[in-house]
Design a protein around this ligand. Structure first.
Ligand SMILES: NC(=O)c1ccc[n+]([C@@H]2O[C@H](COP(=O)([O-])OP(=O)(O)OC[C@H]3O[C@@H](n4cnc5c(N)ncnc54)[C@H](O)[C@@H]3O)[C@@H](O)[C@H]2O)c1
Length: 446
């Protein structure tokens, strides 16, 4: 007689063998900044990958060999579609054929800064309805500690399968940094934690096939907390350096000079840089998942709340500084000023505008009566204050006509020397004009 424990061991062994010999069918739910690069790597490494999404338009685009993600070139998608290693679908029934399923759906915050896990719940419901015995399920979406075990496990077990015996469940946080030319999904180490040791083993084996450096932790909760530590670390350090920028302004010091000098210390200091605020789908959001969870345990996460407070007030500070520069240098009030904004995406060289602080700055400037035009080579149009705006061509004439040019995102393709030479004044929130030698007198730095 085969015991239940032996059955579980056999199933995990069978799945590990299938993964190693590439016969395992791989499903990825959510084909965005996280799910698409992962699909490409796995397909290039010889897996048959099916990508699941709710967006018909996205599925159509991908199956036509085109990408909508900055870091994934069309040629990569075209190659894996052509080789038959990748197809995208909106049909959840195909999940029943998958041996591994990675969930990469969004995890935004609600208006009251509570975690919105509705996308995870919708994806897990799909999985529960179609999962077969012997499948690995991995959550990659960033979330609060306890989500995989307390929220996902009970839903998956409604399928009648026991986690750790019939199916395997793990959490592995995605660390991809869109726009980073050095570190990609492939060469960034991965953390994996399973519900049981067998779950961890299977999940580690799966990711090892494409990512050389895998670090196992003792539980799904530990893996969830790792991601939140990483992003809270960034948020708190950015909050600190933003506050140092406010201090330097009062002290009459140049914060950029201070950071560069401090960064010459080869140990015990890591440079972070100030800016107009926090943006993107991760750093402004993830720490609040942690503080929300801690509130339910009667603990107030002080560092997180303080950093969130400082970072979220940076757009107001930037507007105040612009107002001061205009009145001091041009004797002009903000409500009479015409302003050229450069860069609206949340960071350089990508088109993602989610949570972009540039939009907060623009809205505040417009509310104060300023006339705004913008240029962003990655963002042809964008909505703010209830209307749609188009990126204007960057011409010397346009720069000369504006009272001030504001650099909110430091795209590398901008010619900063040319921008400064053609602008009356420049307010630079990113120290993008660091190397500009001529006309430095026109530049005001954050
Ligand atoms: N973007 C990043 O830099 C980054 C980095 C690390 C981790 N993360 C985390 O990864 C997760 C995904 O982020 P992203 O940036 O890839 O999001 P995204 O918005 O770029 O992509 C998510 C995709 O999921 C699809 N989707 C939504 N609900 C679905 C459902 N129920 N079923 C199937 N598909 C669905 C959407 O249509 C979209 O294509 C989030 O938890 C995020 O915090 C993101």
């Amino acid at each position: 007689m085969v015991t239940k424990r032996a059955q579980g061991t056999n199933l995990s062994k069978q799945l590990i063998d299938k993964i190693k010999n590439r016969s395992a069918k791989v499903g990825i739910i959510g084909l965005g900044y996280v799910g698409l690069p992962l699909s490409v790597e796995l397909a290039k490494d010889g897996f048959k990958v099916t990508g699941f999404d709710v967006s018909k338009a996205k599925v159509k685009l991908l199956n036509a060999g085109k990408s909508d993600i900055d870091d994934v070139p069309d040629s990569d998608v075209a190659e894996i579609v052509k080789s038959g290693c990748f197809k995208a679908t909106i049909d959840p029934k195909l999940l029943s054929q998958m041996d591994t399923i990675s969930i990469c759906v969004p995890t935004p915050l609600s208006k009251t800064k509570d975690p919105d896990v509705s996308y995870i719940l919708a994806a897990v419901k799909w999985v529960k309805d179609y999962i077969k015995k012997g499948t690995l399920v991995v959550l990659e979406s960033t979330t609060y500690p306890g989500t995989t075990e307390d929220l996902i496990l009970p839903i998956l077990e409604e399928s009648g399968y026991k986690v750790g015996k019939d199916i395997f469940l793990a959490f592995s946080p995605e660390r991809v940094d869109p726009g980073n030319p050095t570190f990609t999904t492939k060469n960034t180490a991965r953390v994996v934690g399973g519900i049981t040791p067998a779950c961890t083993r299977v999940a580690k084996t799966f990711y090892e096939q494409s990512i050389p450096n895998i670090h196992g932790v003792s539980s799904t909760g530990a893996a969830e907390m790792v991601k939140l530590l990483e992003n809270t670390f960034r948020s708190v350090n950015i909050g600190l350096v933003n506050e140092v920028a406010l201090m330097c302004d009062r002290l009459g010091l140049d914060v950029w000079e201070i950071i560069d000098a401090a960064a010459t210390k080869p140990f015990g200091f890591m440079p972070f840089y100030p800016g107009p605020g926090l943006g993107g789908h991760c750093i402004p959001i993830d720490p609040h998942y942690l503080s929300w969870k801690l509130k339910s345990l009667n603990y107030y996460a002080r560092f997180i709340e303080l950093a969130g407070d400082i970072n979220s007030h940076m757009p107001e500070y930037v507007v105040q500084r612009i107002s001061n520069v205009l009145s001091k240098r041009l004797a002009k009030s903000i409500n009479k000023a015409s302003i050229m904004v450069l860069g609206v995406s949340y960071k350089r060289d990508i088109k993602d505008t989610r949570e972009s602080p540039a939009l907060d700055v623009i809205k505040l400037l417009e509310e104060k009566g300023a006339r705004i035009e913008y240029n962003d080579p990655f963002v042809p149009q964008i909505d703010w204050n209830l209307s749609t705006h188009k990126s204007k061509r960057l011409t010397a004439d346009r720069l000369k006509k504006a009272d001030i040019t504001i650099i909110l995102t430091d795209h590398t393709q901008y010619d900063y020397q040319w921008i400064v030479s053609n602008s009356k004044l420049v307010f630079d929130t990113r120290n993008a004009t660091k190397k500009v030698s001529k006309n430095r007198g026109r530049i005001d730095l954050l």
